[in-house]
Design a protein around this ligand. Structure first.
Ligand SMILES: Nc1ncnc2c1ncn2[C@@H]1O[C@H](COP(=O)(O)OP(=O)(O)OP(=O)(O)O)[C@@H](O)[C@H]1O
Ligand SMILES: [Mg+2]
Length: 294
């Protein structure tokens, strides 16, 4: 199936309030392990939010560029990307943002050049703050940042700016092994203690690729997860081929097969995420789209 074509964001009418610049609510989707469902979650939670009427930006911080590709942005359709936003002289992020085929859903695409840009960042002062600076004065309700499978400077930039963190964990034997390292990195970048990290509603683990038939593995993971149960989303993403196929078709699962298990799971995740955001005290009062929720 042909991918929907990209168009510059500034040619698409803004669906929500654009009268003032404000800092959006930023969610980093992080796990240093590869293949845990970060990109799938970024795309489908992002689409879920956009379909609920929220102006949403996906920031692809992975040089692999899978988020951009997965939502229908082919690499030939843009010349500048997050690589230029993260390099001196810095490009304004709005100059690289593209509209996707979903109304209200935008993407700041990535390119393999972002890997080189990240190397150059290591010698710079305040290197963790660049994404934060780039997102200031942007006009979105939500920004979802898809991180690469590493705890390098691209991930620490994403952590630094994040208001909330989603940690997708695949249901496999070693899936929770790196969790302690990841939480330590969050503590360091955010300059908070582990107790604060648990007390504040700051992160959630998301179980992905759950297969009911793998009873022994599932029981093992659930046992390991016990200390983190309160910090785990109730929504679980089942293993579902429609999610794989949707990525190949470069679409959100809601558009590829809206009756699939994957579409149901990501719809439930979107609802749970929005409920959580409504409860959070730190959510700025002026998020008017939240007030428009049914
Ligand atoms: N719930 C699921 N059921 C079936 N397949 C899935 C599911 N979630 C993700 N996948 C598939 O698993 C693969 C890895 O998923 P994804 O790209 O989202 O992981 P990732 O964490 O972003 O990987 P990386 O660390 O390489 O960036 C993809 O082919 C994706 O289509
Ligand atoms: Mg990925």
């Amino acid at each position: 199936m042909a991918a929907p074509s990209a168009s510059p964001a500034n040619t698409v009418p803004r669906t929500l309030d654009s009268e003032s610049s404000r800092m959006p609510f930023v969610v980093a989707i992080i796990n240093q392990k590869g293949g845990t469902g970060k990109t799938t979650t970024t795309i489908n939670l992002g689409a879920g939010l956009a379909y609920q009427g929220y102006r949403t930006l996906l920031v692809d911080m992975d040089p692999q560029g899978h988020t951009s590709l997965g939502i229908g942005i082919d690499p030939e359709s843009f010349t500048e990307s997050m690589a230029e936003v993260m390099t001196v002289p810095r490009k304004d992020i709005e100059d690289v943002v593209l509209a996707t085929y979903i109304r209200g859903l935008f993407v700041a695409p990535s390119h393999i050049k972002l890997a080189r840009a990240a190397e150059l960042l290591y010698s710079r002062m305040y290197r963790e703050t660049i994404l934060h600076q780039a997102l200031q004065h942007t006009d979105y309700d939500y920004v979802l940042v898809d991180c690469p499978p590493a705890l390098g400077v691209l991930t620490t930039n994403s952590l630094y700016v994040a208001d909330f963190i989603i940690i997708p964990c695949q249901m496999s034997r070693y899936s929770l092994d790196g969790l302690a390292d990841l939480l330590t990195t969050i503590e360091e970048v955010k300059n908070i203690t582990l107790e604060d990290l648990f007390q504040e509603d700051f992160f959630r683990i998301l179980l992905t690729m759950y297969d009911r038939r793998n009873r022994v593995t599932n029981e093992f993971i659930m046992e390991q997860l016990k200390p983190y149960l309160e910090k785990t989303f109730g929504a679980i993403i089942m293993k579902n081929e429609a999610l794989n196929q949707a990525q190949i078709a470069q679409k959100a699962v809601f558009d590829y097969d809206h009756s699939s298990t994957g579409a149901r799971d990501y719809y439930l995740l979107t609802q749970e995420f929005l409920n959580l955001c409504q409860k959070r005290k730190s959510l700025p009062e002026n998020r008017r789209s939240l007030r428009n929720m049914p």
